[in-house]
Write a protein that binds this ligand. Structure first.
Ligand SMILES: [Zn+2]
Length: 312
């Protein structure tokens, strides 16, 4: 089909604006990259730690007001059994948090990745500034998370999959790992950038036919989803796995439980609707391979710090 000359000119001009905006955003992106995470990946974070912790605090306060907190302040009853569950989870949380604080104070590298190749945790001292809090939510949903600032929520629905105290520690370590690596802040920064890009593109194509606008915005959105957000969330998951493993052996929990726990989690996802905690988690085989690779080192670190592992 031949496009009339004046239309082509208009499209070309707008196309240039979109290109300029994308180049500008890319430049901004790279200029905000921070040097090396534990895995060597660079991060773009454009919000301050205080803002991030404030966001975590706000979300956590709302959660505690709307969800039933097991043996919490507003709870009518607290059976002996529930009380024990809450205390056990809080104990795991405190040990993992203390391990993070000591790790930062030591300035030690990721020992589970091997002393030579490992990097120092790049976030400096973060764990000692967190306002650590551990609450158990009475809910069938299999879920757990740690918000920026160290605000942890553990749903009772995940306890059957956790299966034992080491399993609880694997989940706790992984979730705390996300918070320490500031994955939340990174995600917010990404989304801000995407919004700016889409707004700019929207302005540039504002008087195009609606169908064409939709096509361009759709392509941009899909590009962002599959090019940036999805691979990033996979990178986040494997980073959280490795930071979690480090915290696990530092807090003297059995590292051999980590691949077992994630194996049980995959089975849990076998139903038609995968639980939230699984939605962005990496391909299970790649994850198992990674755990197998680092397990001898993780066991060695455990045994050096905590004594021999029990026979299994
Ligand atoms: Zn995760």
């Amino acid at each position: 089909m031949r496009i009339p000359r004046h239309v082509r000119g208009g499209l070309g001009g707008r196309f240039m604006i979109i290109v300029v905006v994308i180049v500008g955003l890319a430049a901004y992106w790279f200029s905000n990259q921070k040097e090396g995470l534990v895995t060597g990946r660079k991060q773009m974070i454009t919000i301050g730690l205080e803002e991030e912790v404030q966001m975590g605090f706000q979300a956590y306060s709302e959660l505690l007001q709307t969800e039933p907190v097991l043996c919490g302040r507003g709870a009518n009853t607290c059976s002996v059994e529930d009380g024990e569950t809450v205390r056990a989870i809080q104990e795991v949380g405190r040990r993992i948090a203390q391990a993070a604080i000591d790790w930062e104070a030591e300035g030690a590298p990721m020992t589970v990745l091997g002393e030579e190749t490992a990097r120092l945790p790049p976030w400096g001292s973060l764990a000692d500034k967190f306002d650590w809090s551990f609450n158990v939510i009475q809910s069938d949903t299999p879920n757990a998370f740690c918000l920026p600032g160290g605000y942890v929520a553990f749903y009772t629905g995940i306890l059957p999959t956790a299966a034992n105290i080491d399993g609880v520690a694997v989940i706790m370590g992984h979730e705390v790992g996300h918070a320490l690596a500031r994955h939340g802040a990174e995600r917010v920064s990404q989304q801000k950038l995407m919004q700016i890009g889409q707004m700019a593109a929207g302005a540039a194509i504002g008087d195009m036919p609606v169908a064409q606008q939709r096509m361009i915005m759709g392509a941009m959105g899909a590009g962002a989803q599959f090019g940036v957000l999805l691979p990033f969330s996979r990178a986040h998951e494997s980073e959280a796995d490795m930071i979690g493993l480090e915290l696990l052996v530092r807090a003297c929990y059995d590292p051999r439980e980590a691949p077992l726990l994630w194996g049980r989690m995959v089975e849990l996802g076998g139903g038609e609707r995968p639980p939230e905690i699984l939605s962005t988690h990496p391909d299970p085989e790649a994850r198992m391979t990674r755990f197998e690779e680092v397990m001898p080192q993780a066991i060695a670190v455990y045994e050096r710090r905590c004594g021999p592992l029990p026979a299994r």
